[in-house]
Each structure stands twice: as C-alpha cells, then as structure tokens.
Design a protein around this ligand. Structure first.
Ligand code: PLP
Length: 388
C-alpha cells in the first residue's frame, strides 16, 4: 500500500538527500575523458579540500567508505607492520578486522563502547614504543554505533609528546561536514570519509585526504596498492581524470554539496548539528531513558544512541515506528544488537524535521509499550524555540 508523505530516514547515514543535490545529479552521464569532465573533476578535487580543512590532495573513489579504509592502509603499510587502534565500537572493530586481513599486526586499545577512545591508554603504548615499531595509529572520530566522539587533537598531542613518527589515520565517515574536523591543524595523515552521511549525497563515493608524510610513506611502501593506488590517482587527477571510470553523476552531486556547505558556512553547519544533538538528548532524558554515551565530553553531534529499558526489544520498537510512522531509526550493531536504537540527526536537517522525528519516537515508545515518561518532545521543543 502506498504510504503518503515523506519517508523519514533517521538512521545515522545514509542521510536525507536534499532536492538541490538530486537535481544536480539528474543529468546525462558525460564522457569521463572529455574536457568538460576534466573541468568538473578539477573543480571538485580542489574545492573538496575545504571540507577536510586541508591544502593537501583528496582522492575520491567510486566505493563505499569501507574501500577508503582499505585504501588508507593498503597504500602506506606492509604486511607485518604494527598498527594501534582504539576499540570504540562496531566501526572501529570492523576497521581493525580489515587491517588484520591485510596482514597488519593490530593492537586494539580496549573500550567499553560507551565513550570515545581511551587516548591516555594509547599514549602510554606510544611512549613505550621507543623503537617506533608502530607504523600507524587509527581512530574513528565519530563512532556511529555508539554516538561517542574521540578527541583527535588529543591523540595528535599524545603522538607529538612521545615524538612518535607513526601515521595518524582518522575515520570521519559520520563526522565530516557535521562535527568540527581539521586535517591540517591536527596533522592528520590520512582521513577516511564517505559520501552518504554529513555530505548529504547518496552512497557511492569515498575519500582519502592525504598528508605529505603519508604520500612519502606510500612511495616507499613495499606492497603497492592497485585499485586503491594513490600514485595512479595523483597522476591522472592532475589532468582532471581518474585511472578508471569515476562516479560521474555523484561528482556533480558533490560539487553541489560543497557549495551548499559553504553557503551555510561550515561553522554554522557544526553548530546546527550540536544544537540538534542537544535537543535530542533533552528529549531522551525527558523520556527517562538512558543515553548510551556516558561521557558528556564525548557526546556526538551527528547521532544519539539510546539504551532500551531492560527486557524491551529495540528492534521491536524500531519495527513499530517503521510500520506506523514510516520512519527508520538506526539499529544496535553487533554487541549492542536489540539493546539500543539510534537517532540520526545529521546531514540536511532542520528544527521541524527533528521535532517530527522525535515525535515519532515518543509515539512509538507508547505504541510498543516501552516504559517511559511523556514530555521528551516538549523538552526538545522548549530548547529549540529558546535557542535559535
Ligand atoms: C558508515 C560508516 C562506515 C562504513 O561506511 P560504508 O560506506 O558502509 O562502507 C565506516 N565508519 C563509520 C564511522 C561509519 O559511520
């Protein structure tokens, strides 16, 4: 049966694609070896740097963000190299498994999935590694499975304090263009990103923003990457081309997204996300439910994960909301399965959309028989109307 009105995608990515972006990509695919394409590519390859706050190269792959995880590691590291990672949640775990499959020796700093990375524990390991056997340190900036942010600047400071030369790699898949991130200021060596979250695009593009130090490491790498090769990309990107067929229409979309982000102003975009996150947390507390992230300094601007009261199924609740209100909420991943639901508030989003999403949650809690107090939505509305 047809469901009238708009489907609410309140998962923390893919996010809601704005009409301007849909229109920008609704055009015939052009010859990717033509001068017209080169003009588009040069424009996008240059302007995308501003979103990463870098002056270095950004490589764009026609792949999901998982590909960019692999690209970061495959270009710079060789089998047997030691990498330090932080177990912040599901995505950090997946990245570490991918690293292990590439033959890297992964050391995982443990975490309880309720806060950002334990930087102090990582700092100790780095300080003890006087022989510099650790070749890269990898962290997920915004852990999308938990709604906790890790402090990248603090991790950079820990590397500097230990005078440790390891490459710093950061997954910004659900933070780029939503939560403040600074590739150059924080001396990040490889930033991994994807198109379908803060960038407001459909899935299908991924990114590596790369420092000079990472480029140098890639030149010396003993096992050169193939499909993911930065060297091949760099050669052809200089002329506005790619080593293989690029996702042409998504590049039109990206051009539009970058323009939209700058029309609003990146700092305003970040502030909007923080404001919606705060309103959401007020709603959750109003319902008497628990926010999964236990450390207020690590609260995420792009999503909020909510713990279900004991004995109640998060997936059952999400199903009720999907069926009755045509809204998708994020599920609990791996060890959080059925224990949490996640409210995405990132991308192209405004106060009324957030209010509607929170209303759907509050009605769904009642419909699914989840113990809660009414009034969460009211608390969010009071915050939103009083804090323009
Ligand atoms: C979504 C996400 C990924 C995976 O992205 P895909 O496009 O599904 O490959 C990786 N890391 C984080 C933090 C994410 O949120």
């Amino acid at each position: 049966m047809r469901k009238a009105g708009r489907h609410f995608v309140q998962i923390p990515g893919p996010t809601n694609v704005p009409d301007r972006i849909l229109h920008a990509m609704a055009r015939p695919t052009i010859d990717h070896r033509s001068p017209e394409f080169a003009e588009l590519a040069k424009d996008v390859l240059e302007s995308v740097k501003t979103v990463f706050r870098t002056t270095g190269p950004v490589f764009i792959y026609p792949s999901s963000a998982t590909g960019a995880w692999e690209a970061a590691l495959a270009n710079t590291l060789a089998e047997g190299d030691r990498v330090l990672m932080f177990e912040t949640g599901h995505f950090a775990t997946l990245w570490s498994q991918l690293a292990a499959r590439l033959g890297l020796k992964v050391e995982l700093v443990p975490g309880d999935w309720r806060s950002g990375a334990d930087i102090a524990a990582g700092a100790k390991i780095l300080a003890a590694d006087r022989a510099h056997t650790i070749k890269a340190v990898c962290v997920v900036h915004n852990e999308t499975s938990t709604g906790c942010v890790s402090d990248v600047a603090e991790l950079r400071a820990a590397l500097d304090a230990a005078k440790h030369p390891a490459l710093l790699m950061v997954d910004t898949v659900s933070s780029l263009a939503s939560i403040d991130f600074r590739q150059d200021d924080w001396h990040v060596d490889v930033t991994v990103a994807g198109s379908q979250k803060g960038l407001m695009l459909p899935p299908g593009l991924s990114f590596n923003a790369v420092s000079d130090k990472a480029l140098a490491a890639a030149q010396q790498a003993k096992r050169p990457a193939s499909y993911w090769s930065w060297a091949e990309m760099q050669k052809l990107n200089a002329q506005g081309f790619f080593p293989y067929t690029p996702a042409t229409n998504l590049l039109y979309a990206l051009k539009e997204a970058i323009a939209m982000l700058h029309e609003e102003g990146l700092d305003n975009v970040f502030a909007r996300h923080q404001r919606h996150a705060e309103a959401t947390r007020r709603a959750v507390r109003g319902w008497g439910l628990e926010i999964l992230c236990r450390n207020p300094d690590h609260y995420s601007g792009s999503l909020t994960a909510v713990l279900m009261p004991d004995g109640h199924s998060a997936d059952g609740f999400r199903k009720t909301v999907a069926e009755r209100y045509n809204m998708s909420l994020g599920n609990g991943l791996s060890k959080l399965a059925d224990r949490v639901f996640r409210i995405g508030h990132l991308g192209d989003f405004n106060d009324i959309m957030l209010s509607a999403a929170l209303s759907g949650v509050e009605m769904g809690l009642a419909n699914a028989g989840v113990p809660h107090r009414a009034g969460g939505v009211q608390a969010a509305l009071d915050f939103l109307k009083g804090n323009g």
